[in-house]
Design a protein around this ligand. Structure first.
Ligand SMILES: Nc1ncnc2c1ncn2[C@@H]1O[C@H](COP(=O)(O)OP(=O)(O)OP(=O)(O)O)[C@@H](O)[C@H]1O
Length: 355
């Protein structure tokens, strides 16, 4: 697979952009063409021999995809000692997590609609190509200054076929993780990505993560406190899920309180159509949850205010020579989320690492 790949020496590394679980990402210049690209170094230490399977899977998937809402992987290059591999991707100035940390106000309804449409287009394309993303979150949504949004980080993406085979359930970052995964479902499907899209929609409108639990139980309790505790009526088969044996307090549905129709206190508002879409994305029963294709046709997108044109989306100063990890540390809000993290005593509770 790696035969005939160019060497990473053909790129000048300009600066480290960020470091995730599966690899370091650099901004780099192609020495031949002068093009600025993102180079993702694939982490090797987790695999005893050979290249890490997660990355080979990610590369194969990414090389085969082509959509305006999916980050373009241009090629794979090899390290000078052939002991490492790098993905060469189109460079995107920002990620949504970093951008939202610098914003004073959340996105407006029309801006949120513009971003949601692009996100749903990307997810719809993936699902039509039998790919689950499985790790959708704000740091995996890249933005440029032309209003484009693109999905990245397919470290956890998997191609799936029919009939569904069980996958490991511990895959989606906790805050965006679907309840069926939190409750230990053995089989799951595209619906897990739509749950994450629902969490992202709410976050676009409030600038705060919708459900921020430090462990599975807390995460489920946060969800239940807002959406009401599920039962056999709202989610047929719920009782049979391994995690549903635990005792959860009975909470009523309260999502409307978080998003009133009108507000005088500056609280984010949402029309009936907007709340309907959010409810359909955050539906407990995965079989009933809206699909990306259906969501793209939802009336929220055609009611006023209409989605903002990409040309008028807010832009953010370039931070070409900065490491986003450092920037994100500086910009972090001292808010309840932070308290939650402190309480988790040094673990990274929202990240579930694959064994
Ligand atoms: N093509 C790109 N252009 C610019 N920045 C990028 C690009 N790809 C990734 N990044 C930056 O690097 C960060 C980490 O990338 P990515 O999510 O692919 O790595 P990961 O190791 O799989 O991380 P994670 O911890 O999210 O699983 C992103 O949040 C983003 O800030």
């Amino acid at each position: 697979m790696l035969q005939g790949c160019r060497s990473v020496d053909e790129f000048e590394r300009l600066n480290k952009i960020n470091e995730g679980t599966y690899g370091v990402v650099y901004r780099a210049r192609d020495k031949k063409t002068g093009e600025i690209v993102a180079l993702k170094k694939v982490k090797m230490e987790k695999e005893k021999e050979g290249f890490p399977m997660t990355s080979l899977r990610e590369i194969n998937i990414l090389l085969s995809l082509n959509h305006p809402s999916i980050v373009d992987v241009k090629e794979v290059v090899v390290g000078s000692r052939l002991d490492s591999i790098f993905m060469v991707m189109e460079y995107m100035e920002h990620d949504l997590k970093g951008v939202m940390e610098t914003m004073k106000q959340p996105y407006s309804q029309s801006e949120a609609k513009c971003l949601m449409l692009q996100l749903l287009e990307g997810v719809n394309y993936l699902h039509h190509n039998w790919v689950l993303h499985r790790d959708l979150k704000t740091s995996n949504l890249l933005l440029d200054n032309s209003g484009n949004l693109k999905l990245c980080d397919f470290g956890l993406a998997r191609q799936y076929g029919s009939p569904l085979k069980p996958y490991t359930p511990l895959v989606v970052t906790l805050w965006y993780r679907a309840p069926e995964l939190l409750l230990g479902a053995k089989e799951y499907s595209t619906a897990i990505d739509l749950w994450s899209v629902g969490c992202i929609m709410a976050e676009l409108l409030t600038k705060e993560p919708l459900f921020y639990g430090g462990d599975e139980k807390t995460q489920l309790n946060k969800i239940f406190k807002t959406l009401g505790t599920p039962d056999e009526k709202s989610w047929p088969g719920y009782k049979n899920l391994p995690g549903a044996k635990a005792a959860f307090a009975n909470h009523p549905y309260k999502l409307r309180e978080k998003f009133p129709r009108a507000s005088f206190s500056g609280q984010p508002t949402l029309s009936d159509a907007g709340l309907d879409l959010l409810n359909k994305l955050l539906t407990y029963d995965p079989e009933e949850r809206i699909t990306a294709e259906e969501a793209l046709r939802h009336p929220w997108f055609i009611e006023l205010p209409l989605p903002k044109s990409k040309d008028f989306m807010p832009t953010f100063p370039a931070h070409n020579n900065k490491d986003r990890t450092v920037r994100q540390r500086v910009m972090k809000n001292p808010d309840p989320v932070e308290e939650q993290l402190k309480a988790a005593k040094g673990r990274e509770p929202w990240r579930i690492r694959l064994a």
